[in-house]
Design a protein around this ligand. Structure first.
Ligand SMILES: NC(=O)C1=CN([C@@H]2O[C@H](COP(=O)(O)OP(=O)(O)OC[C@H]3O[C@@H](n4cnc5c(N)ncnc54)[C@H](O)[C@@H]3O)[C@@H](O)[C@H]2O)C=CC1
Ligand SMILES: Nc1nc(=O)c2c([nH]1)NC[C@@H]1CN(c3ccc(C(=O)N[C@@H](CCC(=O)O)C(=O)O)cc3)CN21
Length: 286
């Protein structure tokens, strides 16, 4: 099933994101997480590929296949392109097809300083066109309410986003953000320039200080004063920080849903406890 139909049927889509476990840990850890996430009935689950610039491998496809065939939930496989040749991308696409995976989140990929890019693809929009030309997949893309960290300006970034949508991206997921005001003003700008596809808000619950610091470096999200005070206050009490982080995400999501957002994409970081706490609170609002 292509996920476009979800946005036609539902008032607000709720989706989750997981990442493949590190090579040093067993693949079974993700199955336990998925079993727990299944009970929360998300509309789809996406699986990252080489997140943060790590090397990708076949595990994204394998996990997406299990999501579809064992758990009967629609999967979206992330696919990054800067470190691949066209032949390599062809092989990945063939494998996704063989596994009956219909949805791809087409990304440029984080630049890994120890790998030199292959130069077949430079931007996500080139991967979007390439996949659309092959046919058979629903393609989504990423977007940046605060502008991409490499972008000259938000306006320039939005122009490139329009190219990505014109190339065939039928749905967008935002980079994580902690202040809804950026999302609302971004939405106004993108609708103004004629981007009409559904846009899901990407929300990451803050669960520990080190993780959030890593994310801010990677994603460039601003930390509002309220969140920074919270991080300081609970710096040495991880359990309290987790509960406060869940509450913060619930507040953000409640506000987004009440203002009519197309969907919520929860970056679960493979933590099913947090996904459950948040889903239980917001399910009734969707
Ligand atoms: N691995 C994963 O699962 C995920 C990774 N990401 C990361 O987000 C980052 C960006 O990915 P995308 O949004 O897919 O990249 P993108 O290619 O859409 O944009 C990347 C940068 O290039 C600029 N740009 C785009 N088209 C351009 C053009 N034609 N000429 C000049 N500049 C252009 C954009 O303004 C932006 O600064 C990457 O770092 C990606 O890995 C985001 C979500 C998930
Ligand atoms: N620039 C960028 N790159 C991404 O990969 C990315 C985004 N932004 N924004 C949204 C999500 C967040 N994602 C991420 C980002 C980092 C890790 C990460 O640090 N993973 C650790 C493992 C963490 C753990 O085991 O707890 C790793 O080392 O792979 C995972 C997913 C993927 N996405």
């Amino acid at each position: 099933m292509q996920i476009a139909s979800l946005f036609e049927q539902k008032k607000t889509v709720l989706s989750f994101e997981v990442f493949p476990p590190k090579k040093t840990s067993s693949i079974d850890t993700i199955f336990k997480t998925l079993e727990e996430l299944e009970g929360l009935h998300p509309d789809f689950i996406s699986v990252t590929y080489g997140a943060g610039g790590n090397a990708g491998d076949t595990s994204t496809c394998d996990i997406a296949s299990v999501i579809k065939h064992t758990y009967k939930i629609e999967p979206v496989a992330h696919l990054t392109c800067v470190n691949y040749t066209k032949d390599e991308i062809d092989r990945i696409l063939d494998r996704l097809k063989e596994n009956e995976i219909d949805n791809i989140l087409a990304l440029r990929g984080d630049i890994n300083p120890s790998l030199s890019p292959k130069k077949h693809f430079h931007y996500a929009s080139e991967l979007v066109s390439y996949i659309k030309n092959k046919g058979g997949f629903h393609v989504s893309g990423a977007c940046y309410p605060e502008g991409h960290v490499n972008a000259g300006s938000l306006e320039e970034d939005i122009k490139f986003l329009k190219m990505k949508v014109d190339a065939g991206a039928k749905h967008l997921i935002t980079q994580l953000f902690f202040d809804n005001k950026y999302f609302y003003s971004f939405l106004e700008k993108v609708r103004e320039i004629g981007i009409t596809v559904p846009i899901e808000a990407g929300i990451m619950p803050v669960v520990n200080k080190a993780q959030i610091e890593r994310m801010v470096t990677l994603c460039g999200a601003s930390i509002p004063a309220k969140l920074s005070k919270m991080l300081q206050r609970y710096e040495n009490t991880p359990e309290a920080l987790k509960e406060a982080g869940i509450e913060y995400a619930i507040e953000q999501i409640t506000d987004l849903i009440s203002r009519g957002v197309d969907g919520i994409h929860l970056y679960t970081m493979n933590n099913s406890y947090i996904a459950r706490k948040i889903s239980e609170k917001v399910k009734g609002l969707l």
